[in-house]
Ligand binder design. Structure first.
Ligand code: NI
Ligand code: MN
Length: 226
């Protein structure tokens, strides 16, 4: 599995020969200028919630690639009504796709489209292939529900957690979240994009290291392989 960081909460995940794009927010992100959203591949677009900083590039990319949108019922229906292909899910559900399983899990946040349309409830996802299992938390607070993930779904190889604070949990909560999901390897996301969520990278990494955990912060465009 190859996970490329596209800035903010956007990821491109290659699994079993398929590309799963997560929460694409690229053209409106000044920090992601080196990413060309017109050339990004996508077989699927996975959306955690409807906020603009998670869906801004969905329509352009889905139009060009024909990607299938995987999200909650409301978001899949919103894009479905505009003619896009979607796969609706809801919390607690698992579906077997051609690249592996997606489990939809809880997130504590909000979810409305920029035009005020209802975006259902926000979610996280666990992506599970034959060899790896990763947790994509989405925008969320720390929640005890995270403890269910290793119990119900199984041992994680990587937890992708928001660390920017203000709109989501911050570093201290993310460290506790990594305890709750029983995974000491964390890829941080949802930081630096806006003034409210700027962080000191070195301090963040050393805070995790003091708890014997690894925090990976990728430069935009760089990737991690599992
Ligand atoms: Ni959000
Ligand atoms: Mn967000």
């Amino acid at each position: 599995m190859k996970i490329t960081y596209l800035g903010h909460a956007s990821l491109s995940i290659e699994a079993h020969g398929k590309v799963i794009l997560v929460d694409p927010f690229i053209t409106k992100n000044d920090l992601a200028k080196n990413i060309d959203s017109n050339t990004l591949e996508a077989d699927y677009i996975l959306i955690t919630h409807a906020h603009f900083d998670h869906v801004a590039d969905v329509e352009a990319i889905a139009t060009r690639t024909g990607a299938i949108i995987i999200s909650n019922y409301e978001i899949a229906t919103y894009f479905g009504n505009k003619g896009f292909k979607g796969h609706p899910m809801n919390h607690g559900g698992t579906w077997k796709f051609d690249f592996g399983n997606i489990h939809m899990v809880n997130a504590i946040h909000t979810s409305s489209f920029e035009d005020g349309s209802y975006g259902g409830n926000p979610a996280g996802f666990v992506l599970e292939t034959a060899h790896h299992r990763i947790y994509i938390a989405g925008d969320t607070a720390l929640t005890y529900d995270m403890k269910l993930i290793p119990k119900v779904i199984g041992k994680l190889d990587l937890a992708i957690l928001p660390i920017g604070d203000n709109f989501t949990m911050g570093l201290e909560s993310a460290i506790i979240a990594s305890d709750f999901v029983e995974c000491d390897k964390v890829l941080g996301y949802h930081y630096d994009t806006f003034g409210y969520i700027e962080i000191d990278h070195k301090k963040a990494i050393s805070k995790f290291a003091r708890q014997h955990k690894e925090l990976v912060l990728l430069d935009i465009g760089n990737y991690l392989k599992l």
